[in-house]
Design a protein around this ligand. Structure first.
Ligand code: DX5
Ligand code: ZN
Length: 226
C-alpha cells in the first residue's frame, strides 16, 4: 500500500521551520494551517500522543484524515506512541508523509523502519533527551530523518534543554547530506541560533509560531536570528 503522495518528497534538506499543530487553535485548525502554508511553510509537524508513552493525549488518525484534503504541506508525523507499529498503516492511509517513532518504544527498530517504508512514506527516528545518540547510531543509515527531542515529549511550551545542542552536532556527523536533522521542543528566536549552528536543518516550533499574533513573521524570526 502506498500513500498516493508517497512520491511527493521534500526538496533537499535546507533550513526550514516546521510549525507544530499541537500549539494551533484546535477550534480553527484549517485556518491556522492555511495561514502558515500561505506564509511559506513546507512542513507541518503533527504530534500524536497516546497518553501512555507520554503523559498526554493530543490527536490521532481522524484529525489527520480531516486536515489532509485542506493542506499540501508535508505531514511530518511524530508518533509518541508505545506501539507505533500497530498504528503506522492507519496514519499513512490518513495522509502522513513521514512517520517518526521513538527508539525508547521499540525492541527492533529495523522491523519498524521496514514496515513504514513498505507503507510508501518516509521514516524518521527520534530519541528522548536522556537517550544517547549511540542508541540509534546503527540504524541512522536507514532513515530519512533523525529528530532530536530538546524537551521531554508530551507538552508544548516547555524550556529548551541546552544539552540537546551537543546531541545535534554529534548526530550531524553521522548523517548523509540527504538526511534531515530535525530538532523539537522549546525552539524560538533565542534558541534557534545554537541548533542551526550545530547542524539542524528542520526546526519544529509550536508556541513560538502558533502562540504568536503573527505566525508567519514568527517563523521568519526563528530562522533569521541565525
Ligand atoms: C512535544 C512535541 C513538540 C512540541 C513543540 O512533545 O513533540 O513538537 O509540540 O512545542 P514547542 O515548540 O512549543 O516546544
Ligand atoms: Zn513533536
Amino acid at each position: 500500500m502506498s500513500n498516493e503522495r508517497s512520491n511527493w518528497r521534500l526538496a533537499e534538506p535546507r533550513l526550514r521551520v516546521a510549525p507544530s499543530l499541537l500549539a494551533a487553535d484546535f477550534s480553527r485548525l484549517a485556518e491556522d494551517i492555511a495561514r502558515v502554508e500561505a506564509g511559506g511553510a513546507e512542513i507541518l509537524h503533527l504530534d500524536v500522543m497516546d497518553g501512555h508513552f507520554v503523559p498526554n493525549i493530543s490527536f490521532g488518525v481522524p484529525v489527520i484524515e480531516k486536515i489532509r484534503p485542506v493542506s499540501k504541506l508535508f505531514f511530518d508525523t511524530h508518533l509518541m506512541l508505545s506501539d507505533p507499529l500497530k498504528y503506522a498503516e492507519a496514519f499513512a492511509k490518513a495522509g502522513a508523509d513521514l512517520l517518526t517513532f521513538h527508539i525508547e518504544a521499540i525492541e527492533e527498530p529495523r522491523r519498524v523502519i521496514a514496515h513504514i517504508r513498505n507503507l510508501g512514506v518516509q521514516v524518521g527516528i527520534t530519541l528522548n533527551p536522556s537517550t544517547p545518540v549511540t542508541a540509534i547510531a546503527e540504524v541512522i543509515p536507514e532513515v530519512d530523518l533523525v529528530l532530536i527531542m530538546s524537551v521531554w515529549p508530551g507538552f508544548g511550551g516547555q524550556r529548551f534543554i541546552e544539552s540537546s545542542v551537543t546531541k545535534i552536532a554529534e548526530c550531524r556527523e553521522l548523517l548523509e547530506p540527504w538526511q534531515r536533522l530535525e530538532v523539537d521542543g522549546g525552539i524560538d528566536p533565542k534558541t534557534s541560533q545554537a541548533v542551526i549552528a550545530a547542524g539542524a536543518d528542520t526546526l519544529v516550533a509550536g508556541q513560538a509560531v502558533f502562540g504568536r499574533p503573527d505566525p508567519v513573521a514568527a517563523m521568519e524570526e526563528i530562522l533569521h536570528q541565525a
